[in-house]
Design a protein around this ligand. Structure first.
Ligand SMILES: [Zn+2]
Length: 314
């Protein structure tokens, strides 16, 4: 089972069975077509629904009104699938994407909320939610969501793009609708378009990552015996982008090595992400947990910066 509760290897088989079913339809053999679908459903019922939904969505036949009607029924059906199998984050994600394309932003908020209830650290769902909040002009909520995104995945492409385009109002924290906005839509304060100072969503979170990243990378690559060539590919980006799925055992090896390197800064409850096996989530938690006050190995200049960051954050 993967993180979404789906059986990954079945995906290809499902595609194949649904193809076979489609071929049977083409030659008018509806019994055979249904048999193939039944075979596919035995593997993973929500997975089959997802595949059928994607195909129906991509179907461009008929008038624009036909296409719209078809897509609305796809969303209605997939919504039922999601409610019946709420652990399937892949279904919530696809549903959010379809709803966005239909312009149903309130629907996107509901779908992402449901998915995040099951998988609270899913950055894809958080980014979709933030974008919908911005489009709905819920600029305070969007600001909170984006700050949460930067904590979960500071260097995620979608997060970085949102940060660039939507600075934060220095007066009320709301996001600006675009980088050249003249006024804050929430409190009316001058915006970047009038030369006003703005706050970066990132500023609060970045320096600790920048400061500690090289040492964290050394600890990880040493404890997992990574060849130098691989180690060089470990950037802050790759570390925090879900590229580092590792076994629980490897995660706990890294955890032990980090504890040796950084001392008593860590406690157990923090490392729930290690159980999930996503080393990058663990790394983000680890860096956040480092306490510059008790870390005597850090050099003075860097220590000052990290300490200032730590104090403003706590
Ligand atoms: Zn404001």
């Amino acid at each position: 089972m993967n993180r979404n509760g789906a059986v990954g290897d079945n995906e290809d088989l499902i595609v194949e069975y649904v193809n076979q079913s489609g071929r049977a339809v083409m030659v008018g053999d509806s019994v055979k077509a249904e048999e193939w679908l039944t075979k596919a459903r035995k593997l993973d019922p929500p997975g089959v629904e997802l595949e059928l939904a994607r195909r129906a969505w991509a179907n461009q036949s008929g008038t624009p009104a036909d296409i719209k009607r078809r897509r609305e029924s796809v969303v209605a059906r997939l919504g039922g699938v999601a409610v019946a199998a709420p652990d399937r984050v892949d279904v919530w994600r696809q549903l959010a994407e379809f709803l966005r394309q239909l312009g149903n932003l309130e629907g996107v908020l509901r779908a992402t909320a449901s998915g995040l209830k099951r998988d609270p650290v899913n950055i894809d769902l958080w980014v979709r939610r933030t974008r919908a909040q911005i489009e709905l002009k819920q600029l305070q909520s969007a600001s909170r969501s984006l700050r949460h995104c930067t904590k979960l995945a500071p260097t995620h492409d979608g997060v970085e793009a949102l940060i660039r385009v939507h600075p934060m109002c220095a007066v009320c924290d709301a996001l600006f609708p675009h980088a050249g906005a003249e006024t804050c839509e929430d409190c009316g304060a001058d915006g970047p378009g009038r030369g006003a100072a703005v706050r970066s969503v990132r500023a609060k979170n970045s320096s600790k990552f920048d400061v500690y990243f090289p040492r964290v990378r050394d600890v990880i690559s040493n404890s997992l015996n990574m060849p130098d060539r691989i180690k060089k590919q470990l950037t802050l980006d790759t570390l925090l982008k879900r590229h580092l799925k590792r076994s629980n055992q490897q995660c706990s090896t890294v955890l032990r090595a980090m504890t040796r390197e950084f001392g008593a800064a860590f406690d157990e409850p923090l490392f729930k992400s290690a159980v999930v096996g996503f080393l990058d989530v663990l790394v983000a938690d680890l860096i956040r947990a480092i306490n510059p006050k008790t870390d005597s190995t850090i050099d003075t200049g860097i220590r000052q910066r990290a300490l200032a960051d730590h104090i403003t954050r706590s």
